[in-house]
Design a protein around this ligand. Structure first.
Ligand code: SAH
Ligand code: DHB
Ligand code: MG
Length: 211
């Protein structure tokens, strides 16, 4: 098998994963977008969720439950994931896939605009050990502010697609979503409340720990 990229070489070392293959099939069957987090970052979400303490996790953007399953795998038996999703259908499909992976009782879905749900979670007094941002890119700076508010010292905050297929680093691209992602990336790098790195593999992943 010819390896085109470092990502493909690394993928080839891992066996196929039944629960995650089930998610990918379900997403295709439902005609949903095939934009789940890539396998290498899915594995990293599991590790980071575990290293964060693995109690309470928050995900912004559920889609078909791929990242949800990866995060849940890192949680303790008594750990819980709250997943925010705009589309009722996506939330239902994601929950079904998570149930099929045997972790349905540990996942709660809140359907609607994530910004509204985040406000609600804050009002309810939630704090999270691990947060994954992966919804509409134009709101990433807002999601980061909410993520920090919903964190404690030591919480891990992650964000997918920070390269936006290279648009983030190409000055010929403008527009609100790209501008928002550049602002998010700069804040991840500079915010005095965070220790961080930006991983450039795949479409880029932000990883930060709240000081
Ligand atoms: N994290 C998923 C992929 C998420 S794709 C995975 O890797 O498995 C992005 C998701 O965010 C889509 O399901 C989309 O419906 C949802 N979304 C988009 N805008 C949103 C918003 N304003 N609030 C909540 N969810 C949103
Ligand atoms: C795309 C990929 C993603 O992981 C995402 O969250 C949103 C969009 C994309 O490739 O268009
Ligand atoms: Mg993504």
């Amino acid at each position: 098998m010819r390896m085109e990229t470092a990502e493909q070489y690394v993928e080839s070392l891992y066996a196929e994963d039944r629960d995650l293959a089930n998610v990918k099939q379900g997403i295709r069957d439902h005609g949903m977008p095939e934009i789940s987090v890539p396998p290498g970052y899915g594995r990293l979400l599991t590790l980071l969720a575990r290293l964060s303490g693995g109690g309470a996790a928050l995900e912004i953007g559920a889609l078909g439950g791929y990242s949800g399953i990866c995060i849940l795998r890192g949680l303790r038996q008594d750990g819980k994931l709250i997943s925010l999703e705009l589309e009722q259908k996506h939330a239902e499909v994601a929950h079904k896939h998570i149930r099929e992976a045997g972790m349905g009782d540990q996942a709660e879905f809140r359907v609607g605009e994530a910004l509204d749900s985040l406000q609600q979670l804050f009002a309810e007094g939630h704090k999270f050990d691990f947060i994954f941002i992966d919804a509409d890119k134009g709101n990433y700076p807002n999601y980061l502010e909410w993520a920090i508010k919903l964190s404690h010292s030591g919480s891990v905050i992650t964000g997918d697609n920070v390269l936006m297929h290279g648009k983030s680093m190409n000055p010929q691209h403008s527009g609100p979503a790209v501008a928002a992602m550049r602002s998010f990336n700069r804040q991840i790098a500079e915010d005095p409340r965070l220790d961080s790195t930006l991983l450039p593999a795949y479409d880029g992943l932000a990883v930060a720990v709240v000081k």
